[in-house]
Design a protein around this ligand. Structure first.
Ligand code: UDP
Length: 328
């Protein structure tokens, strides 16, 4: 009998790539999503398969999954600043009630849990690059607080289930990741810049563009997550690409890639926007024997090809998500 894996947030960007990977590797995949920010179109190609099933369910409410479960990957959460500013309470709930439900289920099924944590646990970091032992600089009541603190709580709850109940747990601190299936209008910088180029709009740089990020191509990230899941390491591990770039230079790269004749325009920097971010991936290298393989040029080419394949309606659609269907 094949191993069974539950993936929450399965219809999202990372969740759907995880479904692909586990289906391809012969697992029985149980995908769960409430579709607030996820899209079924990300999973459409898997529906005909026998080793794939989908539950339209909110993981912040009681979850029941019949049969055995070997692994649970908790990837449900709004993950872009625009999303979690619009649905702050849902964001806090999925990081707290959602992980509590997943850990309870894991305990019951004797399953191993991997959680999607984030570089946001480091907040606006005073240590650079960020190592896993850095405790972070987070403003709990700032606009990003709902996301950052939910993820920090999620780590605390996961460790508590590990130490108190002996549940097997893995914690991935995921840094900025990009690739096909990102939502065009989720506010993240890469889809924002590419979308603007394709629509013939100017590229909006927030602040003076001197803030930095380090972008990891999605296939590399998924490989790192899989290795972490199958490792025996229960403390947090950074997964990301340390190749750091300023947002200003990143805009130039996108202009070159897309050949747009538009220019950059400057807008206000959002409150608590981290000034710099780069993962220290020594641990991932040592423990998982993992390093990212795609360089940005290669990854951006593949990502641009995806965005170019979208229809005109999709390109001009302002919002893909279903916030109005949900109340907190
Ligand atoms: N950003 C920008 N223009 C945009 C969207 C984002 O300059 O249209 C900036 C944003 O202020 C941040 C960086 O790009 O400094 C990365 O933003 P994103 O939302 O992608 O990720 P995060 O801030 O969560 O790392």
């Amino acid at each position: 009998m094949s191993k069974r894996v539950l993936i929450t947030g399965a219809a999202g960007f990372l969740g759907s790539h995880l479904c692909d990977r586990f289906v391809k590797d012969g697992y029985h995949v149980i995908a769960m999503d409430n579709l607030i920010t996820g899209r079924l179109s990300n999973l459409e190609h898997l529906f005909p398969l026998e080793n794939f099933e989908f539950y339209h369910q909110d993981v912040s409410k009681f979850i029941h999954v019949p049969g055995k479960l070997d692994y649970i990957l908790h990837f449900a959460s709004p993950a872009s600043p625009i999303d979690y500013l619009k649905i702050p309470i849902q964001t806090l709930k999925v990081g707290s009630l959602g992980i509590h439900n997943c850990l309870g289920l894991a305990r019951e099924k004797n399953a191993r849990v991997l959680i999607a944590s984030t570089s946001e646990v480091y907040g606006d970091p005073e240590v650079h690059p960020q190592t896993e032992d850095y405790c972070g600089n987070v403003n709990p009541i700032g606009p990003r607080g709902v996301y950052d603190e939910a993820k920090r709580f999620q780590e605390a709850m996961t460790m508590a289930y590990h130490t108190y109940h002996g549940v097997e747990t893995r914690i991935a601190r995921i840094f900025n990741t990009y690739g096909p299936r990102m939502r065009l209008n989720d506010g993240r910088v890469l889809p924002a810049f590419i979308g603007q180029s394709l629509r013939g709009e100017d590229l909006t740089i927030f602040g003076d563009g001197s803030q930095t990020r380090s972008f990891c191509y999605v296939d590399d990230l998924i490989e790192g997550l899989v290795r972490l899941l199958f490792s025996d390491y229960s403390l947090p591990v950074n997964i990301g690409n340390p190749d750091e770039i300023t947002i200003g230079d990143f805009a130039e790269e996108i202009i070159k890639l897309t050949g747009t004749s538009q220019k950059v325009v400057y807008q206000d920097l959002p409150e608590n926007d981290p000034k710099q971010r780069q993962p220290d991936i020594k641990k991932a290298k040592e423990i998982l024997n993992w390093t990212p393989e795609y360089d940005r040029k290669e990854g951006l080419k593949l990502t641009y090809a995806y965005f170019k394949s979208l229809t005109k309606e999709e390109l001009f659609l302002k919002d893909h998500n279903n916030f109005e269907d949900y109340i907190n």
